[in-house]
Design a protein around this ligand. Structure first.
Ligand SMILES: [Zn+2]
Length: 388
């Protein structure tokens, strides 16, 4: 309370406010600890998963002794040790187009701590329609990002004053399905996602303590100026954290990109938007399809005769029934380092794609897609490809 700008009024606003944390994982765990520690009055936690051993390096509110427990119950157990005073609400299931509006409407501010694009768009659309500020973060491998959206909230389609953008204003299209890897598939560094979760809590506390989640007429002020913060939020900053020195981000650990304001042609918050709560509940728009989760599988490139199971390959090889061939393992280098089949040559699929793109651009022979060590003795050498 003695921090300048917070004061008694700020702390009272926190006690009287409520936060819904969607996702009790790598972002949700650190965020929830600081939200609970700050004395926010009501804290809702939503997640349909149970605690697994592979979660624990980053989902620091869970515990080895609580493996198998619903994450929501595990996190609330942890938070009660920290601060027993807030009201904790448990939602041990995933957010859906059907259950979202009812639950989210009970909260002042939403934290998106999920890890899949379809849910991000769903949460943002609900926030637009319910007029809730949204603190959104994401993290994978060695980088993370954070942005405050829809704050201060304003009704759908309003453009007579500067208004804050929604998630769709900033990210019109979802990432391609191939880039949408889960943390289990792509890997993730604990401190990176932790840093993003802590920053989410920081932004949420700032918004709630200054009353920016409320309409202007309901912000009882203790004399501080809020107009600058409000103006800045209508053109929010995308914070990017990365400690991957080899990436295009370069040597900068933190970067901040100024984003635009609300877009007139935004599907959710723009002029003439047809998005409604009733529509979402009835399945319009189709979030899974928008994000490509239900894209038809690619055309089968190989005939059944050209396929072989790992067990059949192993047996044929041990019996000496296979001709001289190249065994190509196309998993990423880190996966291959855990173990592979004897004699396999590791060329990650991404490298094959890059070689193919280079040949398409600069010309060259098709077999140059494979690096020399993976070509065998000429173009007649059979190639067995392993990716599992
Ligand atoms: Zn928008």
């Amino acid at each position: 309370m003695v921090v300048p700008g917070m004061g008694k009024y700020g702390q009272l606003r926190l006690i009287n406010s409520s936060v819904l944390i969607i996702g009790a994982g790598g972002l949700g765990c650190p965020a929830a600890q600081y939200i609970a520690g700050a004395g926010i009055g009501t804290i809702g936690i939503m997640d349909g998963d149970v605690v697994e051993p592979s979660n624990l390096h980053r989902q620091v509110a869970h515990a080895t002794s609580r493996i198998g427990m619903p994450k929501v119950d595990s996190l609330i157990t942890h938070l009660r040790f920290l601060n027993p005073l807030p009201t904790y609400m448990a939602y041990p299931f995933h957010l859906t187009p059907q259950n979202g509006a009812d639950i989210m409407s009970r909260y002042d501010l939403i934290l998106d701590c999920t890890d899949n694009p379809a849910t991000r768009y769903l949460i943002s659309d609900f926030c637009v329609l319910l007029q809730k500020p949204l603190v959104s973060a994401a993290s994978v491998q060695k980088s993370g990002q954070l942005i405050v959206l829809n704050c201060p909230p304003s009704p759908q389609g309003v453009f007579d004053r500067p208004c804050a953008p929604c998630y769709r204003c900033c990210f019109r299209k979802p990432p391609p399905p191939s880039a949408d890897l889960s943390c289990g598939e792509a890997g993730i560094m604990g401190p990176v996602v932790g840093m993003m979760g802590v920053a989410q809590a920081g932004e949420a506390i700032k918004i709630l303590a200054s009353g920016l989640h409320l309409p202007p007429e309901r912000r009882s002020s203790d004399g501080g100026s809020e107009t600058d913060t409000e103006r800045n939020l209508t053109q929010p900053t995308l914070l990017i954290y990365s400690y991957d020195l080899a990436s295009a981000v370069g040597p900068y650990t933190f970067r901040a990109l100024k984003m635009g304001g609300r877009r007139r042609n935004c599907f959710a918050c723009g002029e003439g938007s047809t998005l409604t709560l009733e529509g979402i509940r009835a399945g319009e728009p189709d979030y899974a399809q928008f994000c490509g989760a239900l894209m038809p599988p690619p055309t089968a490139a190989l005939t059944p005769e050209e396929r072989i199971t790992a067990a059949a390959y192993d047996e044929a090889r041990r019996k000496g029934e296979l001709p001289p061939h190249v065994l190509l393992d196309i998993r990423e280098r880190e996966h291959f380092s855990f173990g592979g089949i004897d004699g396999a040559v590791n060329v990650p699929f991404g490298k094959l794609l890059m070689n193919a793109a280079k040949i398409k651009r600069d010309g060259g022979e098709a077999e140059e897609v494979l690096p020399p060590e993976a070509r065998g003795n000429g173009r007649d050498t059979p190639i067995f490809v392993s990716w599992g």
